[in-house]
Design a protein around this ligand. Sequence first.
Ligand code: AMP
Length: 463
Amino acid sequence: MPFRDECGVFGIIPQAEAHRHTYLGLYALQHRGQEAAGICSRGPEGLTLHKGQGYVADVFTQEVLDRLEGDAAIGHTRYSTTGGNVASAAHPFLIHGRFGQVALCHNGNLTNSEALRQRLIEAGHTFTSPSDSEVILALVNRAEAADLEGAVVEALSQVEGAYSLLILFEKGLIAARDPLGFRPLAIGRMGEAWVFASETCAFDLVGAEYLREVEAGEIVVADAAGLRSRQSRGQVQALPCVFEHVYFSRPDSLVFGRSVMATRRAMGRFLARRHGVPADLVVPVPDSGVHAALGYAEESGLPFDFGLIRNHYVGRTFIEPKQSIRSFGVKVKLNPARELLRDKRVVLVDDSIVRGTTSKKIVQMVRAAGAREVHMRISSPPTTHSCFYGIDTPTREQLIAARQSVAEIARFIEADTLGYLALEDLEQAVEDPLHGRGFCYACFTGVYPVDPGGLRASASCGP
Ligand code: AMP
């Protein structure tokens, strides 16, 4: 099964102690990937790379950071699906090729990488990992263009799917987003330095100011001459991933130029309007349900409280790829506040139901803590389809909403009632009518804007 990466990327140029800023940036992006981390920096001797498995804090010691001293750097936090947690697949990837040293890190998932990889292997290329990101570097190195910028344009004209990329080379840094702009990538400014990050929470930590998004299909080059931009392909309608706003991004980030927190509140308000229910208390499933629950409470006039307390030293339950760890994770991660829940009719708000197993355990937990009724409200529509553009969703067979009706899911998770956000309400909450931008809603509709091709077969699911 090819790799699907949910990841965070960060880059900065030119900046003294670029490696330390990148380390901080990765800290802010840790939620986007907890399996591996890496930094490649540019020093007087060329590019230096360090990457490894684990959290940012585990991978980088003081001694390692000292070795990465440089005036430009890129970094990555990585999360992969089952089977993908191998050291060789950590980013950045560094090659010594036609254009000297070139390092790349990637957030997203290519839909045609297997075919490209086969072609490259037949042409004599060898790979060090199963990662689709390495395919991009191979294409860059084999391009006909005379310079790296041209080679990147050429390589990107051959790949399909989702990519937000940072490429570090001896003379500068290139940032690029796929023509539909599935994954986020923002540009910031810090003194003389250009800063790039998946989410603006990384800018806040290093003290950079948000400038703008890298636009869909845009290639931005930052080097000694400053910042310049070109379009990789003809203009197409951007369709960024709505799930970044639903679940994946941090609430304190701007993503696709919009506040994630404000979008989630709006989702909660819509949810309350459509699925109001007599109740005593609105309780979020922390942290993913917090802002939608605030919106729900605001709109319904019901009191809001933290009826579930989260242990912050446990990673996201879902982020661990093994089933055994995941189911154990719920109890480790959440503890009910019995004195708040006892005898209450509780509206429990979460962002999504995927397999339904976590939600069921949480409902049981709230009931066992004394709640009289549990009304589950989900701030997105039923997740009926797998994502092939970089969000880890299981195969269709494992998605409970692909097989069961809302009433059946309510019975399975043992909720008194269950209400999902309507697709049209999600659209209203997230779309910006002024800019007329669309989003990719494939996980809720099965309408895939880029043909998932072979990935669909390998995930053994069809729309
Ligand atoms: P479950 O009830 O087992 O379907 O799990 C639902 C929980 O998984 C919700 O709290 C979501 O916030 C979370 N979730 C949804 N999508 C993802 C994802 N792609 N990665 C990690 N967690 C997710």
